[in-house]
Design a protein around this ligand. Structure first.
Ligand code: BGC
Length: 482
């Protein structure tokens, strides 16, 4: 018998499972409806009127050809860590060397004071440079690509006006401002020998890094703490850039910021739990799509279900137990759900141990069945919804076959995410059932190359190349490219 089958589940819990199934299941027709609206919203975001998806031009204006060279620093400020790398793109086609250090991003900095954040980052960079280059006083300024993975409008590649914080960040005084001078001032105060050449979104980095080693890569996605995608558009299809008279065939990478899809709640079926997630988040009304898919929220959706079933329903799961640990918001991350979905045992004994050790809760057999099913439903919904975004970009661009480079903790670690996403794509795009289970799908979502390291270095190199060739579009500080 399969782990987690429902033979012994009493009727009232079965009723709850069925209720959750109804709430969280997204059938083929709904997937198609969501995708159709998604295509329209991608288009709307490229126009002057705009829509809820920002569709930010990034000033990355070509794919790499594999022969880029040079040594660059890259800084990645993601949702959880800071990473500093030095990347050397070698003479060998599509090859690179990398050295890197990771620094923890202290939780309190995410909701603290902007200066403290920038200074912490400057200190990490300084430490890295001192370790790998020695005496900094004699160094020429090193070129740096800064992967800043939040929605930012970019009039220039070396400028980024933060539209809003996402992923639980909430630092006052940054939204609506250009983050580059803030960052540069902190570098200057600390005497860090760096010149910023490009501000990059992780998805754009992922697209470019993946295309460096695989020319079929057309979309870069992140399914991690947050969720988003980038792809290459033609300037002629971006009405909001028409005033710049760019050659219509010239490529321009677009950072979609698709986490904002359906903020107006037209097609996404919100459950009562999604409504609470949104209401209690630092930015209610924002990132509707992201809040159903990204790793930051999956564990919290699950926690809200558990608390609800303890408090509000006739079933009263975990009856007469102290669930105070479970009541702590955001105390379960997506790795908790992964562990539940990965429990190989018929009696779900690993899940029982997990509940006991982490939450001091003793879950009985039927409760464990419900727990397992809830995790599956949340994980499956996330993967299937993510397929709507991938399908929408593919439809908009007319890609019938391509590769999609994906990165992030949910994509890399959440069990079955890839297979469930692939199944979603199959249903949306009406692919026939595979005869050979090993055959590739027309559109394959594959593990990406390192976007915020190698991708950032490549973007710095590509920008340098085009500036040297006289293409100064979107360059605010040409002196940084000398
Ligand atoms: C951010 C995006 C980012 C994504 C993945 C979202 O919350 O708004 O800029 O690409 O997370 O990291």
């Amino acid at each position: 018998m399969e782990a987690g089958s429902f033979v012994d589940v009493p009727k009232d819990l079965l009723g709850e499972i069925e209720r959750l199934e109804k709430l969280f299941t997204i059938d083929t027709a709904k997937l198609k409806q969501i995708t159709e609206r998604f295509v329209g919203e991608l288009e709307k975001g490229l126009t002057n009127e705009g829509g809820s998806i920002p569709m930010n031009p990034t000033w990355v204006m070509s794919y790499p050809n594999g022969y880029e060279t040079g040594t660059f620093l890259a800084l990645d400020m993601g949702g959880t860590n800071l990473r500093v790398c030095q990347i050397t793109l070698t003479e060998q086609k599509s090859e690179f060397d990398i050295i890197q250090s990771k620094y923890r991003l202290p939780e309190e900095l995410k909701t603290g004071d902007a200066d403290e954040l920038w200074e912490y980052i400057a200190d990490c960079l300084m430490q890295f440079i001192e370790t790998h280059h020695g005496d900094t006083s004699k160094l020429d300024k090193l070129p740096l690509g800064f992967t800043f993975s939040y929605p930012a409008t970019q009039n220039y590649i070396d400028e980024g006006i933060l539209q809003r914080w996402t992923k639980g960040f909430d630092i006052p005084g940054v939204e609506g401002h250009n983050v580059v001078p803030m960052f540069e001032e902190a570098l200057a105060r600390r005497g860090v020998p760096i010149k910023l050449t490009a501000l990059i979104n992780d998805t754009t980095g992922t697209l470019i890094a993946s295309a460096y080693t695989d020319t079929k890569m057309k979309i870069g996605c992140i399914f991690g703490t947050g969720c988003n995608a980038a792809y290459m558009e033609d300037c002629g299809s971006i009405p909001k850039l028409a005033h710049l008279n760019l050659p219509p065939e010239t490529p321009m990478a677009i950072n979609c910021e698709w986490g904002a899809f359906d903020n107006e709640h037209v097609v996404l079926p919100q459950t009562p739990y999604d409504i609470i997630i949104d209401k209690d988040s630092p930015r209610p009304g924002q990132q509707a799509f992201e809040k159903m898919i990204a790793g930051l929220y999956l564990g919290e959706i699950f926690r809200l279900i558990m608390v609800d079933l303890h408090d509000n329903h006739e079933t009263h799961i975990f009856a007469n137990q102290d669930i105070s640990k479970l009541r702590k918001a955001y105390s379960l991350d997506s790795s908790f759900l992964s562990a539940i979905e990965e429990d190989p045992f018929e009696n779900l004994s690993e899940t029982a141990e997990l509940f006991q050790s982490k939450l001091d809760i003793r879950a009985n057999g039927p409760e464990l069945e419900l727990i397992r099913r809830a995790a599956e439903l949340i994980g499956t919904r996330a993967a299937r919804l993510s397929a709507c975004g991938v399908a929408a970009i593919s439809i908009k661009k007319g890609y019938e076959t391509c590769h999609v480079g994906a990165d992030g903790s949910v994509f890399n670690k959440y069990p079955h995410f890839k297979a469930r996403g692939a199944q979603g794509l199959r249903e949306i795009l009406d692919w026939p059932e595979k005869e050979d289970p090993k055959a590739d799908d027309p559109i394959e979502v594959l593990a990406a190359e390192d976007g915020s390291g190698v991708g950032a270095a490549l973007i710095a190199a590509l920008t340098l190349q085009r500036v040297q060739a006289g293409n100064m579009h979107g360059i605010l500080h040409p002196e940084n490219f000398k």
